[in-house]
Design a binder for this molecule. Sequence first.
Ligand code: GLA
Ligand code: ZN
Length: 672
Amino acid sequence: MKKLDEIIENIKFGVDYYPEHWPEERWETDAELMEKMGIQMVRMAEFSWHKMEPRCGEFHFEWLDRAVNLLGRHGIYTMLGTPTAAPPAWIVEKNPEILPVDSNGQRKSFGGRHHDCQSNKVYREHVKRIVAAMAEHFKNNPYIIGWQIDNELGNSHDDLCMCESCKNAFSRWLENKYHTIDELNHQWGTSFWSQEYDDFSQIPVPRKTPTVHNPSMLLDWKRFCSDLVIDFQNMQISIIRKISPNQKITHNLMGFYDKTNYFKMAETLDFAANDQYPTGYYFKAPGQPPYEVAACMDFIRCVKQKNFWMMEMQSGPTGGSVIGANPRPGQNLLWTAQSVAHGADEITYFRWRTCLFGAEQFWHGILPHNGVPGRRYSEIQETIQILTPVMDDIHGIVQKAQAGILFSYENEWAIRLQPQNPGLKYDEVVFKYYKEFYKHNITVDFVASGADLGKYRILVAPLLYLMTPELEKRLEKYVKDGGILILTMRTGGMNNNNVCMSENPLPGKLAAIVGAKVEEYDSLYEKNVILNMKDWKGIGEHWCDILSPASAVPIAIYGSEYYKGKAAIVKNKYKNGWVYYIGTDPEEKTMEYLMEKILTDAGMFREKTGNVEIVFRKGRKKEYLFVMNHAEEDCVAEVPGGWNAEERIQLKGYEVKILERNCGNDKSGRQS
Ligand code: GLA
Ligand code: ZN
């Protein structure tokens, strides 16, 4: 038997499979069809708790053994999901206290999934029992390669549970953070509206009140919820690691879904995995813009700074009560190639066959309801043939980025809690900057604020609202050492406890590297502001920081409002680097103009390629250029020289071409 690492390295394609939904006589046909298609892995059992434990402590893994072993005989390995996203009715009947409570104090009902409170001790005992039993049972099965913990942790919890158990866990979390109640009162500013607490046990969870909660409390609640979900995950991980130390562990993350801090969540995983549905949820075609899909995958690559697996890749129309667009011919290959280009080492398609019943009977898989292979089957089969040799060569090699975007969950939470202008959304501002790099085919890393900043030539820190002295120092050092830093409106507005900064004018101590300070600010309602730039009249939206430059040079001046003539965007040389401060939210054309200037100054400018996305990947033997037409229409793409190809290549609608050359043939100096 081959070693697990070797097996895993060889796995490139999988499907999400639910044998429990089909008569057992069909399994053999499924396995044959999978094998013929090139499938090497299935994920199973992540919603099968009742089938595995129909009564407390009575385990039935025989059916799953048969499925695992049958697939194994066809050369298909299994990744098992722990089934804790869907506790069965008997658990809820026995322990109704495990059902989550909403912000009205109302207990939610059994049904759907994720109807569980993750701090509840009784629920955790049920979880420990099933996870340990599964791990014990499958630890020696040679076909099991590893585990997915739960399923999309944080999903389906609109607000996380607000029950008594969560309230107690929140108090303990706060006590651990602030040590004394006086310190918490001081940090949160509870003297406002007479909210001083005498004891941690008095602190509520953010259930509905007649008015609004303290913003420091709300931000800590978000942090607590994220930590709680991670703790729930890690509790399961430690059980499996103890029983079966060699099998791999992952979790299916959801791009920029913001309930849990994925940087922290991924620390205990062997590798990260992602779920991606490019047509989105019932959007009309063409669905989620391709740059957003690209950003999600770059993000998941960055949570561990390592290539990742795609644990659910859309294969057919999405659907609930209404049905999304059917993937157009070519789109399955296009989406798969895009994922691989951005760092997916493995692609698992969701789901093998469209289910006949249940809440997702319209969420289509590779096979239609009738189980007969059709267009999607052949397209994915062809996808596997085309991509396997490329994936063999680039597997495990992480692409290098010269551009970084600082991504902070805490800022996202804080801005979501208090957007300050209804148009300000953290993720949208992040995407705005990402999109400009994407248009120029520049690889981007998403960077946690504690990570090594020095490897990026340019670093964007959008809406860096919560500031700490450490972060100020790190940013100063980054610029001093030659980095190009882009800061935006609202930088340094708050301390880490969501309390307004007051020692210095904004952006606080960073004014020294910005070479300017914020005199006043203005939130724009139903109007925009004119931005006068060198050879461009631009538009700013949502927010205006009115800047007074010291050493900085203005590059955009307000052309309207009472601050007409004042600086809106400035650029400053600081030691060996540069800082741009963008005091407003530029609309797209203005952003495009601005970023072109910044990229040109940074020596990173590349021509835009419209709907065609171009990604460079270096393999062990060869180098590859993924040229992907995301539009329905045919087009001509301009590719850089040195690729044994015409400089202008024809692409049909949704077509992908992967150009190859031997390593070391690059004359353009292209790195990423
Ligand atoms: C998610 C889940 C899957 C399934 C799909 C389709 O990504 O992880 O279990 O529900 O969506 O809806
Ligand atoms: Zn709870």
